[in-house]
Write a protein that binds this ligand. Structure first.
Ligand code: FDA
Length: 310
């Protein structure tokens, strides 16, 4: 119930304008977001690198409505790529296609991705395409498989969500193509016609996809903080003599730092996803949807501020 409410709120721009002014919301956001500038993301990356952990920088923003916004987002990603290269930190970038114009015009989005990937190629930095809600999956995979992967190979990868019923087939097809895949559970509100409802089914699906990727995938990324799934992955690679160099664990900035360190201490590759930028509201709402413990506190504070302003 709370999860659905927060996922619903993640699409409400009007609430964002209000939340952005709230001090506690800003404080909670700062737990999950490195800061508003690329310099803040680089600083966080440096401190992670010092602990042996790599990064993926995510310029926050999604679902832009104009060509100008999409071009601005593209330039922001180029700036992040340049900053990674010039500071020599160990990091790559993650992007969202709706931020680069997928909803406006697919060819604009493709052109923006080509500009990003050409720069990434010059700098030898990997680019991950995040997966958004299920209405974008078909278009994202079409652009990836018909255009970006053939043109840029291992420099670009996609994300598979274990809550989607279609992911078994998609993972098989992508593995056949040698695609670089990040596996996660999925963070959006989806109808049960397309996604599993129960955590039991989502975990079971994750396990099947995980084993397939560990066995046959091209340097898969296992993106979860779920200790049961992480333990399963570790047992599976140990049982099947799969070397730790063949995959990486990924976690979100601000979530389970203890687990990140423990995995690194066991010599597993660990990458942390670092969101930065001013457009943090939908991202924050999705993180709150996953963690109701923070929610009551934040809602109470927002209500208090709104009442005292009247
Ligand atoms: P789960 O939600 O069951 O959490 C397991 C444990 O982790 C919790 O018990 C808690 O201890 C901790 N935890 C999890 N979330 C927390 C939070 N917000 N605050 C505090 N503690 C928390 N999704 C998507 O749809 N498309 C994408 O492209 C990506 N990309 C992506 C990259 C990376 C690196 C990660 C780690 C995740 C994503 N996701 C994503 C999000 C993913 O789909 C999922 O919503 C979250 O990872 C939460 O699911 P978990 O598997 O971590 O388990």
């Amino acid at each position: 119930m709370l999860r659905s409410a927060f996922l619903w709120l993640s699409n409400r721009d009007s609430v964002f304008k209000f939340t952005k002014r709230n001090k506690l919301a800003n404080k909670i956001a700062s737990r999950f977001v490195a800061g508003e500038t690329v310099a803040s993301a680089i600083e966080v990356t440096r401190s992670l690198n010092a602990r042996g952990i790599t990064a993926s920088l995510d310029l926050l923003g999604e679902s832009v409505h104009t060509k100008e916004e999409a071009v601005r987002a593209r330039d922001g990603v180029l700036e992040a790529l340049d900053a990674i290269a010039s500071t020599e930190v160990a990091g790559n970038v993650s992007v969202k296609l709706t931020q680069l114009g997928l909803d406006i015009d697919e060819s604009l989005c493709a052109a923006n991705m080509h500009t990003i990937l050409n720069r990434a190629k010059e700098l030898d930095i990997f680019v991950r395409i995040d997966m958004e809600s299920s209405v974008y999956v078909e278009r994202t995979l079409r652009l990836f498989t018909n255009d970006l992967q053939p043109a840029f190979g291992d420099l670009v990868g996609v994300v598979m969500q274990s809550y989607l019923r279609r992911s078994g087939q998609d993972v098989s097809d992508l593995v056949e193509r040698g695609a670089r895949i990040r596996l996660c559970k999925g963070a959006y509100a989806e109808p049960s016609s397309v996604a599993f409802d129960s955590m039991r089914e989502i975990r079971a699906s994750f396990v099947v996809l995980l084993e397939h990727l560990l066995e046959r995938g091209n340097y898969p990324a296992i993106a979860t903080h779920d200790p049961r799934l992480i333990d399963h992955a570790i047992q599976y690679v140990e049982r099947n003599a799969i070397s730790p160099e063949r995959f990486e664990f990924q976690m979100l900035y601000g979530v389970r730092r203890d687990l990140q360190t423990r995995l690194r201490e066991r010599d597993f590759n660990v990458r942390v996803y670092i969101p930065f930028g001013t457009n943090w509201y939908p991202y924050l709402m999705r993180r709150l949807a996953e963690r109701p413990a923070n929610v009551g506190f934040m809602v109470a504070s927002i209500l208090k501020e709104s009442v005292s302003r009247r």
